[in-house]
Design a protein around this ligand. Structure first.
Ligand code: GCO
Length: 460
């Protein structure tokens, strides 16, 4: 079954109740290194591809960069205290590869490793489980200059990065994800030009897809070797790929988007095969034995989900589709993303059927261009409505048998939202970027209450 959303397969689902979730359901918050750490030129950190991309005129709204971001590098103790107040059980964050390996490989940067050491110890002291993602898009610039993901050697460099992290943090960190949303950073970086390296080249795009998959498999083997009791996964953005029109060409375009968006990584990593529609395009980069190196056993599937994605037919497209906006009548969030919790429920059910692994929702949340009052308070009721509807949809999926074991809100803090810079805010905690003051929004209080209510039922 593909993830193309077909309305007729959405029967009336029962309204689940809180007690359908497992007693040990994991409630968390998510962030990523480039989006919150700041200290971009501090503590021995090397440059990432995003440091340079942000400096290319016109790439980022308002010319924003991650140079300071939320200054989490200096303020992490206060942020951990915020998480403790929320009552979250887990914190998903990513390791800045250029912070621990400034040249991407070779000599480690001890100051960078010490930052993550302190962060992990602070989390454990607060009773919060660290979930570490090894790659959330900030490739060391030095490796990009050596070909980046279009170079097969990058898979080995990533495995060495994984080995350093595992050897230094693996005594305390057991939950590891290899990549965050590989379909997004490869499509946006090698086809659409929206992310670095901002090329549109078929050979580089398909080589990058394959080398990231290879890197995933190699890193899984390293983590298994170095981390006793490791619980490993990968984080995929999974969203129904829908045709914006109703022609057979539009539906064919949606199926191609489904391949590149939902299946080009999840299928080889968890099923050992590329989707038929793109397998021939991977042949130039794929060597004998590669699919076995990629298809390594993982313990869970991380799903990031926001809203359906849309395609339209475009005979000139090398991909077999053109990216399209949602239909004009779609219900939308304040930043224009479609709101469709039924789609989320169907994605969870489809992924459970297709991959047969425990699922953790590793990102879900709503962006807004929201203003605070004089005290910094934000009464973000639209975000509460979004989170409530999507957690309800998660419960419906569980009621129908989906093995969903956790939910992480994106995001703990307002942060650097890639091309949108700081203009879009996804945090349940507001950040005043001028003062770096943190102010929990109404949604933070709602989320804390939701977690407490579940825990009360689970222990009743
Ligand atoms: C993604 C990334 C996050 C984004 C968030 C809001 O899914 O694009 O994992 O870094 O900031 O999803 O777009």
């Amino acid at each position: 079954m593909t993830l193309v959303n077909d309305p007729k397969i959405s029967p009336p689902y029962p309204t689940a109740t809180l007690d359908r979730m497992r007693p040990d359901f994991v409630w968390g918050v998510s962030t990523s290194s480039y989006q919150i750490e700041g200290a971009a030129q501090e503590g021995g950190r090397g440059q990432s591809i995003w440091d340079l991309f942000c400096r290319q005129p016109g790439r980022i709204a308002n010319g924003d960069t991650g140079d300071v971001a939320c200054d989490h590098y200096h303020r992490y103790r206060g942020d951990v205290a915020l998480m403790r107040e929320l009552g979250v059980g887990a914190y998903r964050f990513s390791i800045s590869w250029p912070r621990i390996l400034p040249a991407g490989k070779g000599k480690p940067n001890e100051a960078g490793i010490e930052f993550y050491d302190r962060l992990v110890d602070s989390l454990l002291s607060a009773g919060i489980e660290p979930w570490v993602c090894l790659y959330h898009w900030d490739l060391p610039q030095a490796l990009q200059e050596a070909g980046g993901w279009a170079n097969r050697d990058c898979a080995g460099w990533f495995a060495d990065h994984a080995r350093l992290v595992a050897s230094r943090l693996g005594d305390r960190v057991k939950r590891f994800a290899t990549f965050n949303e590989p379909s997004v950073f490869t499509l946006f970086g090698y086809a659409f030009g929206w992310h670095p390296p901002a090329v549109d080249d078929a050979a580089s795009h398909h080589a990058a897809i394959h080398h990231v998959n290879l890197a995933h498999g190699m890193a899984i083997d390293v983590l298994r070797d170095y981390v006793i009791g490791a619980s490993l996964g990968a984080i995929h953005n999974m969203q129904p790929a829908r045709p914006v029109g109703s022609t057979p060409e539009d539906r064919a375009a949606a199926r191609m988007l489904d391949c590149y968006w939902n299946r080009a990584f999840a299928d080889p990593q968890m099923l050992g095969v590329y989707p038929d529609a793109i397998a021939s395009r991977m042949s130039a980069a794929c060597r004998d034995g590669d699919l076995e190196r990629i298809h390594r056993p993982v313990d869970w599937l991380g799903i990031n989900h926001y809203s359906p994605v849309y395609a339209r037919a475009d005979s000139a497209s090398r991909l077999g589709f053109a990216w399209s906006d949602a239909p004009a009548d779609a219900k939308r969030s304040p930043i224009g993303w479609q709101i469709d919790p039924d789609a989320f429920r169907n994605v969870l059910l489809d992924a459970c059927d297709r991959y047969g692994l425990p699922i953790y929702v590793t990102e879900n949340g709503a962006g807004a261009v929201e203003l605070a009052d004089a005290s910094g308070a934000v009464d973000d009721r639209e975000r509460i409505d979004y989170l409530s509807a999507y957690i309800q949809a998660l419960e419906e999926a569980v009621a129908f048998g989906a093995d969903v074991r956790g939910y992480f809100v994106w995001s703990l803090l307002d942060n650097f939202e890639w091309g949108a810079g700081y203009s879009n805010r996804f945090g349940i905690v507001r950040v005043d970027y001028a003062t770096q003051a943190r102010t929990p929004k109404a949604s933070a209080r709602w989320y804390a209450a939701r977690i407490a209510a579940h825990r009360a039922k689970a222990t009743a």
